[in-house]
Design a protein around this ligand. Structure first.
Ligand code: TRP
Length: 472
């Protein structure tokens, strides 16, 4: 991406300025090298000049440019720099068969890349081999993770927050990615976790009744619990249930609502005048669990417990807003770990979607369905004929079966060997698919087995507001 003004919208420039301003402030508080501070300040000044040039106004933090370009498709106004990729809480698509260009996304969103150094540091701090999602760059971007580790090393703990929008009963394997990773984080750091089920969000956005959304929340909770979370350290809540029962949670929602303008959410989410007011105020509800005093039963009255949010990168707009509002209402900013998307069977141009049965492998699929879907629909990077494949080899970078193996096959050496054999032509597409089928079938069967063990009583336990077991 370049900084040339022809390609940058006022809002993007505004968001870059926010990020750069934050960077300068944190360098100053960290008493960084003078040269580093100077470079950052110079970039800030250059951006301010560009901003003035582009909008005719002075940049002011907290006041996004008024002439925000609002997308007709409910897409976010972060679109526009890059015509290939479209990423926001409602849409993910790209024209590139390898998938979204995540490095560009990091620049566009102003987050930081998860470098090898950070992965090594997590290994050092926890004393555990980093999860394959970290080793392989599936969680690829973060905000403030170094600060979280700095504090953790000084015995200052933190809590985890993640969530799911329960839009149907059917969850697919892609939905498990953040939960598998969150479970690992909970285990290696030994910390409490809150999981928000935004049944209210799905009611506002989809053509569903309140009862349906609430029922999906409870059904989805079973799949989430089946990932193995520790009931003594995990609180799962439906917004419909918890909002009404927790004055502290609701107070935070209203505090956030008071400190974010319509103009800001319009800029971040692309809302239009014809969106219902429920949608416009919903981001405050997704923001509130980032603040520890939303959960007095867990944290006493403490408002200063650091929050870390593992989520897919498309949820970042919510948390950019949250991080922007946090200091203004006297709370710490949540840190974030962002994952890439789980590709659809048809190819990495879109993410797996529960509304398209052929694009997804569901957690309820039988071994036979898994086999047929992969054989029939998984986009192949192989050549058209066996002769050609043997001669030229396949392309693992666009091959969906290979991509899925990078998510689920834990053995690094085996994965590397598959990659080489596929690239050289020694391994055929059918053989690669067979490896994937044999990886997914037992994984999903085990999930189904664990889900069967989850009783209504277990769900109730997880979803009851109560103290959790941990030391901060
Ligand atoms: N909006 C998210 C979805 O539709 C659900 C969600 C709520 C969430 N809070 C979260 C996701 C925190 C990740 C982290 O799926």
């Amino acid at each position: 991406m370049t900084d040339s003004q022809g390609e940058v919208t006022p809002l993007e420039l505004y968001e870059k300025l926010n990020v750069q301003g934050e960077k300068v402030r944190s360098l100053k508080t960290a008493k960084a090298e003078k040269a580093d501070i100077d470079t950052a300040v110079q970039l800030l000044l250059k951006l301010k000049t560009d901003y003035k040039h582009l909008t005719g106004q002075d940049y002011k933090a907290g006041c996004p440019p008024p002439e925000n370009v609002v997308n007709q498709d409910n897409g976010s106004a972060t679109d526009g720099i890059d015509e290939e990729d479209n990423v926001d809480p409602w849409n993910v698509s790209t024209s590139n068969a390898k998938g979204v260009d995540y490095d560009k996304l990091i620049v566009r969103f102003g987050s930081s890349k998860i470098e090898k150094e950070l992965v090594d540091r997590i290994e050092k701090v926890t004393g555990q081999k980093p999860h394959r999602f970290l080793r392989r760059g599936i969680f690829f971007s973060h905000r403030d993770m170094h600060q979280v580790l700095d504090a953790y090393e000084k015995n200052k703990s933190f809590y985890l927050y993640t969530g799911r929008g329960p839009s149907s009963e059917a969850m697919h394997v892609g939905h498990l990615i953040p939960f598998i990773f969150t479970k690992w984080l909970q285990d290696v750091f030994d910390i409490p976790l809150v999981i928000q089920l935004t049944d209210d969000e799905k009611y506002l956005w989809k053509d569903l009744t309140i009862e349906e959304c609430h029922r999906f929340a409870v059904e989805n909770a079973k799949d989430i619990i089946a990932c193995g979370f520790d009931v003594n350290k995990t609180f799962i809540f439906s917004d419909f249930d918890y909002m009404g029962s927790s004055p502290e949670f609701y107070r935070n929602v209203v505090k956030i609502q008071k400190h974010v303008t319509y103009n800001q959410v319009k800029g971040i989410f692309g809302f239009t005048d014809s969106d219902c007011i429920g949608k416009i105020s919903f981001p405050a509800i997704q923001a509130a669990p980032s603040f520890s005093n939303s959960f007095p039963q867990i944290f006493g009255g403490r408002k200063d417990v650091q929050c870390l949010i593992p989520c897919a990168i498309d949820q970042d707009p919510y948390f950019r807003m949250t991080r922007d509002v946090a200091p203004r209402i006297g709370y710490p900013k949540p840190a974030l770990l962002h994952s890439s998307f789980f590709p659809a069977l048809q190819g990495a141009q879109t993410k797996m979607s529960a509304s398209d049965a052929n694009s997804s492998i569901f957690l309820t699929d039988t071994p036979k369905q898994i086999k047929n879907k992969i054989n029939k629909h998984a986009f192949s990077g192989g050549k058209d004929t066996i002769e050609e494949h043997r001669k030229f080899g396949g392309n693992p970078d666009v091959d969906v079966s290979f991509m899925y193996l990078t998510f689920f096959l834990d053995d690094d050496e085996q994965l590397e060997k598959i990659k080489q054999d596929y690239s050289s032509g020694a391994l055929l597409t059918g053989e690669l698919k067979k490896i994937l089928i044999e990886t997914l079938q037992p994984m999903i069967a085990q999930h189904q087995e664990r889900r069967k063990q989850v009783t209504e009583e277990t769900v109730k336990q997880f979803m009851t507001p109560r103290p959790l077991n941990f030391k901060l």
